[in-house]
Design a protein around this ligand. Structure first.
Ligand SMILES: [Fe+2]
Length: 230
């Protein structure tokens, strides 16, 4: 169980499905609230089926046929974002390599000890129980041009203006660029489908990770909401 309130309270956490960029993801998330914040801090939710229905059909068609290529560059101890040791909870390269082989992630160790990970995944999946088609990906979270301008510029400078060397990046599965226009369209719909769930102390929230996106609104005061994934 981890605290779902650990990031900066002044910033919200955008809607996302957990680990939908990877080959393994939790089917359910169980949130529990031990302390409500003095203001706001709701858990936000959004319907993955509704997202798919609202998206421009041409955009859906393109994602469906091309899929998404997710690229991660994890550093060896110092840098932006998590190190590979943190991300994989080990300092043994062979454990990382075995995980990558099992989950179909291409990996490349770099001379500086960093690792590049590339995985191509569907953008749209079928729910195993309801059989509904769902928007199930994290493409906009792998789009560094959405970071704060100074962070994005610094990252680009540090990586010789090669976006594929940034900590996270995504293209269509065939390597073609995903336009900012498409990403803005997705973002706008994520806002449109957002509903907010106000917390009461000692209450539980069960989320089907494939049917619903989740996030967190900014808040003031202390907030203790824990999440378990199964
Ligand atoms: Fe999450």
């Amino acid at each position: 169980m981890v605290n779902a309130s650990e990031y900066d309270p002044d910033e919200g956490i955008n809607l996302h499905t957990e680990f939908s960029y990877s080959g393994k993801w939790p089917s359910k998330l169980i949130f529990s609230c031990l302390k409500t914040p003095s203001t706001d801090g709701e858990t936000s939710l959004g319907d993955c089926r509704k997202m798919l229905k609202l998206l421009d059909p041409d955009v859906v068609k393109e994602f469906e046929s091309k899929k998404i290529k997710y690229i991660r560059n994890l550093h060896n101890g110092s840098g932006f974002g998590p190190s590979w040791q943190n991300a994989f909870a080990t300092d043994k390269r062979e454990i990382v390599e075995e995980y990558c082989r099992l989950t179909e992630i291409d990996f490349e160790w770099r001379t500086n000890g960093n690792i590049k990970l590339i995985q191509t995944r569907p953008a749209i999946r079928k729910h195993p129980v309801t059989t509904d088609k769902i928007w199930f990906n994290q493409v906009e979270q792998f789009y560094p041009a959405l970071f704060k301008k100074e962070i994005y510029e610094t990252l680009l400078q540090m990586n010789d203006y090669d976006e594929t060397e940034l900590p996270m990046y995504s293209t269509f599965g065939d390597g073609s660029k995903i336009s900012m226009e498409i990403i803005k369209h997705i973002q706008q719909l994520l806002e449109q489908v957002t509903v907010k769930r106000i917390w009461q102390r000692n209450s539980l929230l069960l989320v089907d990770n494939m049917l619903n996106l989740h996030g967190r609104m900014p808040y003031k005061g202390e907030r203790e909401v824990y999440v378990s994934m199964i």
